[in-house]
Unconditional design. Structure first.
Length: 117
C-alpha cells in the first residue's frame, strides 16, 4: 500500500495550491479518503473527508469555502484544492485512506505547505 502526496510548497497569503495523493496497492474506490494537517507544535487535525464514490464531503469549519476535496477513482488519486491561503494553513498535509470493514487505515508521508510572504 502506498499513498504519495505531492503539490506542497511555499505560497504567499491569499494564494492557492492543489495537493494530490496518488494511491496504490488497495482498491481505492472502496475507501473513504481524508486530508489531515499538522502545524508546528500542534496535533494533527482533520481538514476534509470524501466518501468512496465521492458523493459526500465534509470539511473542518475553518476550511469551509476555501478548500475543496475531490477524487478521481479512475486515476486512484485524491486532491485538495486550497484557495485564500492563510499563514495558519502552514503545516504538513497528510493523505489518509480508511475503511471500516475489514478495518484498514493507511497514511501517506506528508507534503509541506508553507504560507508566508
Amino acid at each position: 500500500v502506498q499513498l504519495v502526496e505531492s503539490g506542497g510548497g511555499l505560497v504567499q497569503p491569499g494564494g492557492s495550491l492543489r495537493l494530490s495523493c496518488a494511491a496504490s496497492g488497495f482498491t481505492f474506490s472502496r475507501f473513504g479518503m481524508s486530508w489531515y494537517r499538522q502545524a508546528p507544535g500542534k496535533e494533527r487535525e482533520l481538514v476534509a473527508t470524501i466518501t468512496g464514490a465521492g458523493g459526500s464531503t465534509n470539511y473542518a469549519e475553518s476550511m469551509k469555502g476555501r478548500f475543496t476535496i475531490s477524487r478521481d477513482n479512475a486515476k486512484n488519486t485524491l486532491y485538495l484544492q486550497m484557495t485564500s491561503l492563510k499563514s495558519e494553513d502552514t503545516g504538513v498535509y497528510y493523505c489518509n485512506a480508511r475503511r471500516s470493514w475489514p478495518a484498514s487505515n493507511y497514511w501517506g508521508q506528508g507534503t509541506q505547505v508553507t504560507v508566508s510572504s
